[in-house]
Ligand binder design. Structure first.
Ligand SMILES: Cc1ncc(COP(=O)(O)O)c(C=O)c1O
Length: 459
Protein backbone atom coordinates (compact mmCIF):
# COMPACT_ATOMS: atom_id res chain seq x y z
CA UNK A 1 0.00 0.00 0.00
CA UNK A 2 1.21 3.52 -0.76
CA UNK A 3 1.58 6.24 1.86
CA UNK A 4 0.17 9.80 1.57
CA UNK A 5 3.68 11.16 1.89
CA UNK A 6 5.65 10.80 -1.35
CA UNK A 7 9.33 11.31 -2.03
CA UNK A 8 10.65 14.56 -3.44
CA UNK A 9 11.87 12.65 -6.48
CA UNK A 10 8.47 11.11 -7.21
CA UNK A 11 6.77 14.47 -6.66
CA UNK A 12 9.17 16.19 -8.98
CA UNK A 13 8.64 13.54 -11.70
CA UNK A 14 4.88 13.69 -11.49
CA UNK A 15 4.84 17.51 -11.39
CA UNK A 16 6.97 17.58 -14.53
CA UNK A 17 4.68 15.13 -16.28
CA UNK A 18 1.54 17.07 -15.23
CA UNK A 19 3.02 20.31 -16.53
CA UNK A 20 3.91 18.52 -19.76
CA UNK A 21 0.26 17.51 -20.11
CA UNK A 22 -0.85 21.11 -19.55
CA UNK A 23 1.62 22.36 -22.15
CA UNK A 24 0.54 19.86 -24.80
CA UNK A 25 -3.13 20.59 -24.07
CA UNK A 26 -2.61 24.32 -24.62
CA UNK A 27 -0.60 23.60 -27.77
CA UNK A 28 -3.38 21.36 -29.12
CA UNK A 29 -6.24 23.81 -28.58
CA UNK A 30 -6.29 25.27 -32.05
CA UNK A 31 -6.96 21.95 -33.70
CA UNK A 32 -9.58 20.72 -31.23
CA UNK A 33 -13.30 20.41 -31.90
CA UNK A 34 -15.33 23.25 -30.42
CA UNK A 35 -17.33 20.67 -28.48
CA UNK A 36 -16.34 17.07 -27.70
CA UNK A 37 -17.95 14.26 -29.59
CA UNK A 38 -19.26 12.37 -26.58
CA UNK A 39 -22.35 11.02 -24.84
CA UNK A 40 -23.31 10.48 -21.23
CA UNK A 41 -22.82 6.75 -21.85
CA UNK A 42 -19.22 7.40 -22.94
CA UNK A 43 -18.38 9.56 -19.94
CA UNK A 44 -20.11 7.26 -17.46
CA UNK A 45 -18.30 4.24 -18.85
CA UNK A 46 -14.96 6.03 -18.78
CA UNK A 47 -15.21 7.75 -15.44
CA UNK A 48 -17.53 5.82 -13.12
CA UNK A 49 -15.14 3.59 -11.29
CA UNK A 50 -14.54 2.42 -7.76
CA UNK A 51 -12.01 4.05 -5.48
CA UNK A 52 -9.47 1.28 -5.12
CA UNK A 53 -7.86 0.25 -1.85
CA UNK A 54 -4.41 0.45 -3.44
CA UNK A 55 -3.24 3.65 -5.10
CA UNK A 56 -2.46 3.69 -8.85
CA UNK A 57 0.41 6.15 -8.46
CA UNK A 58 1.69 8.15 -11.39
CA UNK A 59 -0.40 6.12 -13.83
CA UNK A 60 -3.40 8.37 -12.93
CA UNK A 61 -1.99 11.03 -15.23
CA UNK A 62 -2.76 8.75 -18.16
CA UNK A 63 -6.44 9.58 -17.61
CA UNK A 64 -5.84 13.20 -18.57
CA UNK A 65 -5.88 12.51 -22.31
CA UNK A 66 -9.37 11.01 -22.25
CA UNK A 67 -10.61 13.60 -19.73
CA UNK A 68 -9.48 16.35 -22.12
CA UNK A 69 -11.04 14.55 -25.07
CA UNK A 70 -14.40 14.50 -23.28
CA UNK A 71 -14.17 18.01 -21.86
CA UNK A 72 -15.39 21.26 -23.35
CA UNK A 73 -12.17 22.72 -24.73
CA UNK A 74 -11.12 26.35 -24.38
CA UNK A 75 -10.76 26.88 -28.14
CA UNK A 76 -11.29 30.20 -29.86
CA UNK A 77 -14.41 28.74 -31.48
CA UNK A 78 -16.49 28.23 -28.36
CA UNK A 79 -19.15 30.96 -28.34
CA UNK A 80 -21.76 29.47 -25.99
CA UNK A 81 -23.19 31.05 -22.83
CA UNK A 82 -20.66 33.52 -21.29
CA UNK A 83 -17.60 31.34 -20.86
CA UNK A 84 -14.17 32.91 -20.48
CA UNK A 85 -11.29 31.26 -22.27
CA UNK A 86 -9.05 30.29 -19.34
CA UNK A 87 -5.90 32.37 -19.63
CA UNK A 88 -2.88 30.06 -19.01
CA UNK A 89 -0.89 32.35 -16.67
CA UNK A 90 -4.03 32.40 -14.53
CA UNK A 91 -4.07 28.59 -14.65
CA UNK A 92 -0.47 28.51 -13.40
CA UNK A 93 -1.57 30.90 -10.66
CA UNK A 94 -4.26 28.36 -9.69
CA UNK A 95 -1.63 25.65 -9.41
CA UNK A 96 0.64 27.79 -7.24
CA UNK A 97 -2.31 28.91 -5.10
CA UNK A 98 -3.22 25.28 -4.45
CA UNK A 99 0.41 24.52 -3.62
CA UNK A 100 0.38 27.27 -0.99
CA UNK A 101 -3.02 26.01 0.25
CA UNK A 102 -3.94 29.20 2.07
CA UNK A 103 -7.20 29.51 3.92
CA UNK A 104 -8.05 33.10 3.07
CA UNK A 105 -10.42 33.73 5.95
CA UNK A 106 -8.47 36.71 7.30
CA UNK A 107 -5.06 38.33 7.42
CA UNK A 108 -4.21 36.28 10.50
CA UNK A 109 -4.85 33.05 8.64
CA UNK A 110 -3.34 34.08 5.28
CA UNK A 111 -1.28 37.27 5.48
CA UNK A 112 0.07 37.54 1.91
CA UNK A 113 -3.06 36.14 0.28
CA UNK A 114 -5.32 38.57 2.14
CA UNK A 115 -3.26 41.58 1.13
CA UNK A 116 -3.11 40.31 -2.46
CA UNK A 117 -6.88 39.79 -2.62
CA UNK A 118 -7.52 43.27 -1.25
CA UNK A 119 -5.11 44.69 -3.83
CA UNK A 120 -6.65 42.90 -6.83
CA UNK A 121 -10.18 43.80 -5.71
CA UNK A 122 -8.95 47.42 -5.71
CA UNK A 123 -7.57 46.96 -9.26
CA UNK A 124 -10.90 45.60 -10.50
CA UNK A 125 -12.82 48.45 -8.86
CA UNK A 126 -10.49 51.03 -10.35
CA UNK A 127 -10.53 49.38 -13.78
CA UNK A 128 -14.33 49.73 -14.03
CA UNK A 129 -14.41 53.31 -12.73
CA UNK A 130 -15.41 52.45 -9.15
CA UNK A 131 -12.21 53.39 -7.32
CA UNK A 132 -12.73 53.31 -3.58
CA UNK A 133 -15.19 50.40 -3.63
CA UNK A 134 -14.13 47.46 -1.48
CA UNK A 135 -15.19 43.83 -1.60
CA UNK A 136 -14.01 40.30 -2.07
CA UNK A 137 -13.65 37.51 -4.58
CA UNK A 138 -16.15 34.69 -4.64
CA UNK A 139 -17.25 31.71 -6.72
CA UNK A 140 -19.08 33.70 -9.37
CA UNK A 141 -21.79 36.15 -10.30
CA UNK A 142 -24.53 34.12 -8.60
CA UNK A 143 -22.76 34.23 -5.25
CA UNK A 144 -21.94 37.92 -5.71
CA UNK A 145 -25.60 38.71 -6.49
CA UNK A 146 -26.75 36.74 -3.45
CA UNK A 147 -24.38 38.65 -1.17
CA UNK A 148 -25.41 41.97 -2.72
CA UNK A 149 -29.11 41.37 -2.09
CA UNK A 150 -28.37 40.17 1.44
CA UNK A 151 -26.65 43.52 2.01
CA UNK A 152 -29.55 45.40 0.43
CA UNK A 153 -32.02 43.61 2.69
CA UNK A 154 -29.97 44.26 5.80
CA UNK A 155 -29.48 47.93 4.85
CA UNK A 156 -33.13 48.65 4.17
CA UNK A 157 -35.15 46.23 6.28
CA UNK A 158 -32.84 44.39 8.69
CA UNK A 159 -33.69 40.72 8.91
CA UNK A 160 -30.70 39.02 10.50
CA UNK A 161 -32.05 39.16 14.05
CA UNK A 162 -35.79 39.16 13.61
CA UNK A 163 -36.37 37.34 10.30
CA UNK A 164 -37.48 38.63 6.93
CA UNK A 165 -40.30 41.12 6.63
CA UNK A 166 -42.25 41.50 3.37
CA UNK A 167 -40.33 43.63 0.86
CA UNK A 168 -39.96 44.13 -2.87
CA UNK A 169 -37.01 44.02 -5.31
CA UNK A 170 -37.06 45.35 -8.90
CA UNK A 171 -35.14 44.11 -11.94
CA UNK A 172 -35.77 44.03 -15.67
CA UNK A 173 -37.50 41.15 -17.45
CA UNK A 174 -34.09 40.28 -18.87
CA UNK A 175 -32.51 39.71 -15.45
CA UNK A 176 -30.27 36.68 -14.95
CA UNK A 177 -31.77 33.69 -13.12
CA UNK A 178 -29.38 34.19 -10.22
CA UNK A 179 -31.47 37.18 -9.06
CA UNK A 180 -34.78 35.29 -8.62
CA UNK A 181 -32.70 32.55 -6.99
CA UNK A 182 -31.15 35.03 -4.53
CA UNK A 183 -34.53 36.59 -3.78
CA UNK A 184 -35.91 33.12 -3.04
CA UNK A 185 -32.96 32.08 -0.87
CA UNK A 186 -33.10 35.30 1.12
CA UNK A 187 -36.72 34.66 2.03
CA UNK A 188 -37.94 37.71 0.11
CA UNK A 189 -39.86 35.42 -2.21
CA UNK A 190 -39.87 35.34 -5.99
CA UNK A 191 -43.35 36.84 -6.10
CA UNK A 192 -41.83 39.98 -4.60
CA UNK A 193 -39.40 40.38 -7.47
CA UNK A 194 -41.01 42.80 -9.93
CA UNK A 195 -39.87 42.17 -13.48
CA UNK A 196 -39.90 45.55 -15.19
CA UNK A 197 -40.57 45.69 -18.94
CA UNK A 198 -37.75 46.57 -21.32
CA UNK A 199 -37.60 48.87 -24.35
CA UNK A 200 -36.86 47.77 -27.91
CA UNK A 201 -33.15 47.60 -27.03
CA UNK A 202 -33.89 45.24 -24.09
CA UNK A 203 -33.00 47.91 -21.50
CA UNK A 204 -35.07 48.42 -18.38
CA UNK A 205 -37.76 51.07 -18.84
CA UNK A 206 -37.30 53.53 -16.00
CA UNK A 207 -40.81 54.97 -16.44
CA UNK A 208 -42.19 51.46 -15.79
CA UNK A 209 -39.75 51.05 -12.89
CA UNK A 210 -40.94 54.25 -11.26
CA UNK A 211 -44.58 53.30 -11.85
CA UNK A 212 -44.07 49.88 -10.25
CA UNK A 213 -42.42 51.41 -7.17
CA UNK A 214 -45.20 53.97 -6.81
CA UNK A 215 -47.86 51.28 -7.17
CA UNK A 216 -46.12 49.17 -4.52
CA UNK A 217 -45.89 52.05 -2.07
CA UNK A 218 -49.56 52.85 -2.62
CA UNK A 219 -50.39 49.20 -1.91
CA UNK A 220 -48.43 49.39 1.35
CA UNK A 221 -45.52 47.25 0.10
CA UNK A 222 -41.91 48.04 1.03
CA UNK A 223 -39.47 48.45 -1.87
CA UNK A 224 -35.83 47.80 -0.89
CA UNK A 225 -33.65 47.38 -3.98
CA UNK A 226 -33.30 47.80 -7.71
CA UNK A 227 -31.08 45.43 -9.68
CA UNK A 228 -29.73 46.96 -12.88
CA UNK A 229 -27.86 44.74 -15.33
CA UNK A 230 -24.88 45.75 -17.43
CA UNK A 231 -24.75 43.04 -20.03
CA UNK A 232 -27.96 41.05 -19.89
CA UNK A 233 -27.40 37.36 -20.36
CA UNK A 234 -29.37 37.08 -23.61
CA UNK A 235 -28.49 40.15 -25.67
CA UNK A 236 -25.88 42.04 -23.59
CA UNK A 237 -28.17 45.06 -23.06
CA UNK A 238 -26.97 47.72 -20.62
CA UNK A 239 -29.67 49.15 -18.37
CA UNK A 240 -29.73 52.99 -18.14
CA UNK A 241 -27.68 53.40 -14.97
CA UNK A 242 -27.88 57.19 -14.44
CA UNK A 243 -31.69 57.13 -14.68
CA UNK A 244 -31.98 54.06 -12.47
CA UNK A 245 -29.62 55.71 -9.97
CA UNK A 246 -31.94 58.75 -9.91
CA UNK A 247 -34.90 56.53 -9.09
CA UNK A 248 -32.90 54.68 -6.43
CA UNK A 249 -31.79 57.96 -4.85
CA UNK A 250 -35.28 59.48 -4.95
CA UNK A 251 -36.84 56.37 -3.47
CA UNK A 252 -33.99 55.63 -1.03
CA UNK A 253 -33.46 52.14 -2.51
CA UNK A 254 -30.31 50.03 -2.75
CA UNK A 255 -28.96 49.96 -6.29
CA UNK A 256 -27.21 46.73 -7.18
CA UNK A 257 -25.62 46.36 -10.60
CA UNK A 258 -25.19 42.87 -12.00
CA UNK A 259 -22.08 43.20 -14.13
CA UNK A 260 -21.23 39.50 -14.10
CA UNK A 261 -21.23 39.34 -17.88
CA UNK A 262 -20.59 42.92 -19.02
CA UNK A 263 -19.07 44.86 -16.14
CA UNK A 264 -15.42 44.24 -16.97
CA UNK A 265 -15.94 45.79 -20.42
CA UNK A 266 -16.00 49.16 -18.63
CA UNK A 267 -12.21 48.82 -18.78
CA UNK A 268 -12.33 49.03 -22.58
CA UNK A 269 -15.43 51.14 -23.31
CA UNK A 270 -16.11 53.25 -20.19
CA UNK A 271 -18.45 55.51 -22.15
CA UNK A 272 -21.03 52.69 -22.28
CA UNK A 273 -21.01 52.33 -18.50
CA UNK A 274 -21.71 55.82 -17.26
CA UNK A 275 -23.29 55.76 -13.83
CA UNK A 276 -21.66 52.50 -12.74
CA UNK A 277 -20.10 54.20 -9.74
CA UNK A 278 -23.56 55.22 -8.47
CA UNK A 279 -24.14 51.58 -7.55
CA UNK A 280 -24.26 50.55 -3.92
CA UNK A 281 -22.93 47.16 -5.00
CA UNK A 282 -21.59 45.67 -8.22
CA UNK A 283 -21.05 42.04 -9.26
CA UNK A 284 -18.21 41.20 -11.63
CA UNK A 285 -16.99 37.89 -13.00
CA UNK A 286 -13.29 37.67 -13.81
CA UNK A 287 -13.85 34.11 -15.11
CA UNK A 288 -16.00 35.62 -17.85
CA UNK A 289 -14.66 38.79 -19.42
CA UNK A 290 -11.27 38.83 -17.79
CA UNK A 291 -10.58 35.39 -19.27
CA UNK A 292 -9.54 33.84 -15.93
CA UNK A 293 -9.85 30.14 -15.20
CA UNK A 294 -12.95 29.30 -13.17
CA UNK A 295 -13.83 30.31 -10.66
CA UNK A 296 -13.48 34.00 -9.95
CA UNK A 297 -16.43 36.22 -9.15
CA UNK A 298 -16.23 39.50 -7.28
CA UNK A 299 -18.63 41.61 -5.28
CA UNK A 300 -17.69 45.27 -4.96
CA UNK A 301 -19.56 47.66 -2.71
CA UNK A 302 -19.19 51.09 -1.21
CA UNK A 303 -20.62 50.25 2.21
CA UNK A 304 -18.12 48.14 4.18
CA UNK A 305 -20.10 49.00 7.32
CA UNK A 306 -23.22 47.37 5.84
CA UNK A 307 -21.15 44.42 4.63
CA UNK A 308 -20.09 43.92 8.24
CA UNK A 309 -23.62 44.30 9.64
CA UNK A 310 -24.81 41.76 7.11
CA UNK A 311 -22.12 39.10 7.38
CA UNK A 312 -20.41 39.46 10.75
CA UNK A 313 -21.29 36.58 13.06
CA UNK A 314 -17.91 35.87 14.60
CA UNK A 315 -17.35 33.06 16.99
CA UNK A 316 -14.72 33.18 19.66
CA UNK A 317 -12.42 30.71 17.99
CA UNK A 318 -11.82 33.04 15.04
CA UNK A 319 -11.48 36.18 17.15
CA UNK A 320 -8.73 38.40 15.76
CA UNK A 321 -6.04 39.21 18.27
CA UNK A 322 -4.67 42.40 16.77
CA UNK A 323 -5.31 46.10 17.12
CA UNK A 324 -3.75 46.82 13.72
CA UNK A 325 -6.67 47.29 11.28
CA UNK A 326 -4.92 45.43 8.44
CA UNK A 327 -3.95 42.51 10.66
CA UNK A 328 -7.44 42.48 12.17
CA UNK A 329 -9.08 42.32 8.72
CA UNK A 330 -11.27 39.27 8.08
CA UNK A 331 -13.13 38.43 4.85
CA UNK A 332 -15.61 36.34 6.86
CA UNK A 333 -16.79 39.53 8.58
CA UNK A 334 -17.73 41.02 5.20
CA UNK A 335 -18.83 38.08 3.03
CA UNK A 336 -20.53 34.67 3.27
CA UNK A 337 -17.74 32.12 3.41
CA UNK A 338 -15.30 31.29 6.18
CA UNK A 339 -12.86 28.89 4.51
CA UNK A 340 -11.91 30.46 1.20
CA UNK A 341 -9.36 29.59 -1.41
CA UNK A 342 -6.61 31.83 -2.74
CA UNK A 343 -8.50 32.98 -5.87
CA UNK A 344 -6.58 36.22 -6.06
CA UNK A 345 -3.23 34.69 -7.00
CA UNK A 346 -4.27 33.92 -10.58
CA UNK A 347 -5.45 37.52 -11.03
CA UNK A 348 -2.33 38.86 -9.35
CA UNK A 349 -0.15 36.90 -11.77
CA UNK A 350 -2.18 37.09 -14.96
CA UNK A 351 -3.14 40.77 -14.76
CA UNK A 352 0.42 41.83 -14.01
CA UNK A 353 1.98 39.44 -16.53
CA UNK A 354 0.01 40.89 -19.45
CA UNK A 355 -0.65 44.42 -18.17
CA UNK A 356 -3.81 46.44 -18.27
CA UNK A 357 -3.44 47.44 -21.93
CA UNK A 358 -3.48 43.82 -23.09
CA UNK A 359 -6.77 43.19 -21.28
CA UNK A 360 -8.31 46.38 -22.64
CA UNK A 361 -7.35 45.36 -26.19
CA UNK A 362 -8.61 41.79 -25.77
CA UNK A 363 -12.02 43.09 -24.65
CA UNK A 364 -12.06 45.53 -27.58
CA UNK A 365 -11.33 42.64 -29.96
CA UNK A 366 -14.28 40.71 -28.51
CA UNK A 367 -16.50 43.75 -29.09
CA UNK A 368 -15.19 43.97 -32.68
CA UNK A 369 -15.86 40.27 -33.20
CA UNK A 370 -19.50 40.77 -32.30
CA UNK A 371 -19.70 43.57 -34.89
CA UNK A 372 -18.02 41.34 -37.53
CA UNK A 373 -20.63 38.66 -36.86
CA UNK A 374 -23.47 41.20 -37.08
CA UNK A 375 -22.08 42.47 -40.41
CA UNK A 376 -21.71 38.93 -41.78
CA UNK A 377 -25.29 38.13 -40.78
CA UNK A 378 -26.44 41.26 -42.60
CA UNK A 379 -24.84 39.94 -45.81
CA UNK A 380 -27.00 36.80 -45.67
CA UNK A 381 -30.67 37.48 -46.41
CA UNK A 382 -31.65 34.05 -45.07
CA UNK A 383 -30.40 35.14 -41.61
CA UNK A 384 -31.92 37.71 -39.31
CA UNK A 385 -30.50 39.42 -36.20
CA UNK A 386 -33.02 39.76 -33.38
CA UNK A 387 -31.42 42.19 -30.95
CA UNK A 388 -29.03 45.14 -31.09
CA UNK A 389 -25.40 44.26 -30.38
CA UNK A 390 -24.77 46.28 -27.22
CA UNK A 391 -21.68 44.36 -26.14
CA UNK A 392 -20.41 41.02 -27.41
CA UNK A 393 -23.53 38.83 -27.62
CA UNK A 394 -25.23 38.37 -30.98
CA UNK A 395 -28.70 36.82 -31.26
CA UNK A 396 -29.94 35.72 -34.65
CA UNK A 397 -31.86 33.04 -36.51
CA UNK A 398 -32.37 31.42 -39.85
CA UNK A 399 -35.55 32.86 -41.34
CA UNK A 400 -36.93 29.69 -42.91
CA UNK A 401 -35.36 26.64 -41.19
CA UNK A 402 -35.83 24.96 -37.83
CA UNK A 403 -33.25 26.82 -35.74
CA UNK A 404 -33.17 24.21 -33.00
CA UNK A 405 -32.29 21.55 -35.58
CA UNK A 406 -29.64 23.86 -37.06
CA UNK A 407 -28.07 24.35 -33.64
CA UNK A 408 -27.96 20.61 -32.98
CA UNK A 409 -26.30 20.07 -36.40
CA UNK A 410 -23.78 22.87 -35.78
CA UNK A 411 -22.77 21.38 -32.44
CA UNK A 412 -22.50 17.89 -33.94
CA UNK A 413 -20.28 19.21 -36.77
CA UNK A 414 -17.96 20.43 -34.00
CA UNK A 415 -16.36 23.36 -35.82
CA UNK A 416 -18.01 26.11 -33.76
CA UNK A 417 -20.18 26.03 -30.64
CA UNK A 418 -23.12 28.38 -30.15
CA UNK A 419 -25.84 28.35 -27.52
CA UNK A 420 -29.46 29.40 -27.72
CA UNK A 421 -31.84 31.87 -26.11
CA UNK A 422 -35.42 33.04 -26.39
CA UNK A 423 -36.28 36.48 -27.69
CA UNK A 424 -39.91 37.58 -27.88
CA UNK A 425 -40.91 33.94 -27.60
CA UNK A 426 -38.67 32.88 -30.49
CA UNK A 427 -35.83 30.34 -30.32
CA UNK A 428 -32.64 32.17 -31.33
CA UNK A 429 -29.03 31.23 -31.94
CA UNK A 430 -26.64 33.10 -29.71
CA UNK A 431 -22.90 33.70 -29.99
CA UNK A 432 -21.02 35.46 -27.22
CA UNK A 433 -17.41 36.65 -27.45
CA UNK A 434 -15.42 36.61 -24.22
CA UNK A 435 -12.49 34.66 -25.60
CA UNK A 436 -8.95 35.92 -26.08
CA UNK A 437 -8.19 33.05 -28.48
CA UNK A 438 -10.86 33.98 -31.05
CA UNK A 439 -9.71 35.39 -34.41
CA UNK A 440 -11.79 37.14 -37.11
CA UNK A 441 -11.63 33.88 -39.13
CA UNK A 442 -13.16 31.99 -36.21
CA UNK A 443 -15.97 34.55 -36.18
CA UNK A 444 -16.58 34.19 -39.91
CA UNK A 445 -16.79 30.41 -39.46
CA UNK A 446 -20.00 30.92 -37.46
CA UNK A 447 -22.13 31.99 -40.41
CA UNK A 448 -20.61 29.46 -42.80
CA UNK A 449 -21.31 26.69 -40.29
CA UNK A 450 -24.92 27.85 -39.82
CA UNK A 451 -25.45 27.92 -43.60
CA UNK A 452 -23.80 24.50 -44.03
CA UNK A 453 -25.91 23.01 -41.21
CA UNK A 454 -29.08 24.52 -42.68
CA UNK A 455 -28.22 22.97 -46.06
CA UNK A 456 -27.60 19.59 -44.47
CA UNK A 457 -31.11 19.74 -43.05
CA UNK A 458 -32.45 19.68 -46.63
CA UNK A 459 -31.06 16.21 -47.25
C1 LIG B 1 -25.74 38.77 -16.12
C2 LIG B 1 -25.29 37.58 -15.34
N1 LIG B 1 -25.44 37.56 -14.00
C3 LIG B 1 -25.05 36.51 -13.25
C4 LIG B 1 -24.49 35.40 -13.84
C5 LIG B 1 -24.08 34.25 -12.96
O1 LIG B 1 -22.71 34.16 -12.91
P1 LIG B 1 -22.00 32.79 -12.44
O2 LIG B 1 -22.30 31.81 -13.55
O3 LIG B 1 -20.56 33.16 -12.36
O4 LIG B 1 -22.60 32.40 -11.15
C6 LIG B 1 -24.33 35.36 -15.22
C7 LIG B 1 -23.78 34.16 -15.88
O5 LIG B 1 -23.73 34.05 -17.07
C8 LIG B 1 -24.72 36.48 -16.00
O6 LIG B 1 -24.55 36.51 -17.32
Amino acid sequence: MRDLEISNQELSDIAEEALGLAKSYWASLEGRRAYPSTTSENTTELFSRPWLENGRGREILQDFKSIAEHARPGTGRFFGYVVGSGEPIGALGELLAAVLNQNVTSWRSAPAATSIERAVVGWLAEAVGCAGFTGSLCGGGSMANLMALAMAREAKLPANETGVQPCVVYASEQVHMSIPKAVALLGIGRKNLRLIPVDDKFKMRTDALQAAITADREAGNVPIAIVATVGTIVSGAIDPLPEIADVARREALWMHVDGAYGGMAALAVPEKFQGLSFADSLSLDAHKWLYQPLDCGCLLNRHPDIARTTFSHSDDYVRILSEDPTEAFAFFEESIELSRRFRALKLWMSLQFHGRGAYREAIRRDLDHAQILAQTIALHPELERLAPVSLSAVCFRHRSKDNEAILRRVIARGRVYLSNATINGQFVLRACFVNHRTTPDDVRAIVSEIIAAAEELNC
